[in-house]
Write a protein that binds this ligand. Structure first.
Ligand code: FAD
Length: 309
């Protein structure tokens, strides 16, 4: 089987989510990569070095600078003439493009796979991760999104792929890039961080959230996350949200502070390797998944912990 993996990048580096998709693709067959953008020689070069990479198909044109889904999807569809499976990371980027590819190919999409059981059989979470479904696709062309926490990352080095320039098409005119507003942070990105410190409703205000969570995260070199209650209350920005309707994370260490452990929050973090919970209620559901639990007032424990670190 020939697979085509969509490379997620920001123009300067390839995202870790791509590396998990490459591992999933390698379990299906030959791995080819698709790199789309403008002025992306360095990205294409980095893609050839990913362990297991074969051909790296590169569409480089000015109108692809922002990788608009409406312009990227037809390029992928074109390439699917000689590939059997299209895989994209189940990130915001991949989830924007893969369904369009599936629709244009008139096949169903297999979303957020956690494992490859066979050439047409996969597992994927349902009911917010509370059950795992084994699904089979009878489509001759497969379109798949890959949950990054389900697969090891392919090594960034060791590959010997070759670049093949492909037709970049022209701007479809279905959408235009207007602008982007990004929160800039020196902290690691939530979905690829080794350690995450997350705060919940109990923090009580944006000021207290930042006064307690940020210094602890800084001490640990950690990313900062939040429960939906904390985001809805305006203590933390939207892109901090971990859970069913937020980001799915699986760091080495996840520290949940003043988070009760609602099922929708657990759906986003329960695969973390070590879970530490700080909560004043010893019956809080978070303690059912925690490896280390501290029962007590976070306003006392967190400053003390930060100080000791
Ligand atoms: P709470 O449940 O209010 O918990 C606060 C905790 O802090 C309590 O356990 C309390 O004992 C503890 N506490 C209070 N004071 C202190 C103190 N001084 N010291 C120590 N501990 C203290 N939620 C998500 O997080 N992510 C999602 O993606 C998400 N998606 C959802 C999707 C749907 C469709 C729905 C219906 C809900 C979703 N939710 C999501 C919301 C979820 O159900 C919970 O409401 C939310 O996770 C609760 O956030 P919390 O744990 O911060 O707040």
């Amino acid at each position: 089987m020939k697979t085509l993996v969509l490379v997620e990048h920001d123009g300067s580096e390839i995202k870790d989510s791509t590396l998990a998709a490459v591992t999933a693709a390698s379990q299906l067959g030959e791995v080819h990569l698709l790199v789309v953008g403008s002025g992306i020689d360095a990205i294409a070069d980095a893609a050839t070095k990913i362990a297991g990479a074969g051909k790296v198909h590169v569409a480089d044109a000015a109108h692809l600078a922002h990788q608009l889904a409406e312009d990227v999807a037809p390029i992928a569809v074109d390439q699917m003439g000689h590939h059997d499976a299209f895989l994209a990371p189940a990130s915001t980027f991949g989830k924007n493009i893969a369904p369009r590819v599936a629709a244009l190919l008139d096949v169903m999409q297999v979303s957020e796979i956690l494992s490859v059981e066979g050439p047409d059989t996969f597992t994927r979470p349902i009911y917010a991760g509370n059950a795992i479904a084994t699904v089979k696709s009878n489509d001759s062309k497969k379109v798949i999104t890959v949950r990054a926490t389900g697969f090891d990352k392919a090594a960034r080095e060791g590959g010997s792929g070759t670049v093949e320039t492909i037709d970049a098409g022209s701007a479809g005119g279905l959408s235009d890039f207007v602008g982007v507003e990004e929160s800039k942070s020196d902290r690691p990105e939530l979905t690829s961080a080794g350690i995450i410190v997350s705060g919940g409703r109990a923090l009580g205000s944006a000021e207290q959230f930042h006064a307690l969570i940020d210094p602890l995260a800084d001490k640990l070199g950690a990313a900062v996350g939040a429960s939906r209650a904390a985001v809805d209350a305006g203590y933390a920005p939207n892109d901090y949200q971990v859970g069913q309707t937020g980001k799915i994370v699986a760091p080495q260490v996840y520290i949940a502070i003043g988070i009760s452990g609602a099922i929708q929050h657990l759906a986003g973090m329960k695969d973390s390797k070590v879970i530490v919970a700080i909560n004043k209620d010893e019956d809080a559901p978070i303690f059912q998944v925690a490896d280390v639990g501290l029962v007590g007032d976070l306003f006392k424990i967190v400053p003390e912990l930060t100080e000791k670190l």
